[in-house]
Design a protein around this ligand. Structure first.
Ligand SMILES: [Zn+2]
Length: 146
């Protein structure tokens, strides 16, 4: 199982993190689930960060924006396969808050560390199970040709 993303979309989500630095960026990954449980990203949808209390270490996508993105994805025969956000001057690892606020079981959560305005590492984490058993697992992130 892996999250596959074309290099042009991978660059796009990393550049989003550089553009919003020192604040977090966030967005949605739209694409397809394949039979083996892997995912292919077909488009990246940047979102506005609606958190106004702590832009540097929190992100939030508005419910109305998410509903619109999901509806557009379904109309295109696709699905929401994941989410992405940046960690300004922090490692590309999930935080306790990231886990608490993640609710899409089976989706990928891509985190990019942005140090001094430059995107460094990007890692993907797969959200598994629900309620108390909810957890992230490291997931291979495969950057593919466009
Ligand atoms: Zn985070």
């Amino acid at each position: 199982m892996a999250l596959k993303i074309p290099v042009r979309l991978f660059d796009q989500l990393r550049q989003h993190g550089e553009a919003t630095y020192p604040h977090e960026c966030c967005g949605v990954l739209v694409g397809e689930f394949d039979e083996s449980g892997g995912k292919l990203v077909r488009s990246v949808v940047p979102c506005g960060n609606t958190r106004t209390d702590s832009l540097a270490n929190r992100y939030h996508i508005s419910p109305s924006e998410l509903v619109r993105i999901q509806r557009d994805a379904i109309l295109a025969g696709q699905d929401i396969v994941g989410f992405y956000h940046s960690h300004p001057d922090h490692p590309a690892r999930w935080s306790a808050t990231d886990l608490a606020e993640a609710h899409w079981t089976g989706c990928s959560y891509v985190i990019t560390s942005v140090e001094n305005g430059r995107a460094l590492l990007s890692n993907s984490f797969l959200l598994l199970d629900q309620e108390e058993a909810k957890h992230f697992e490291d997931e291979p992130l495969k950057v593919i040709e466009n």
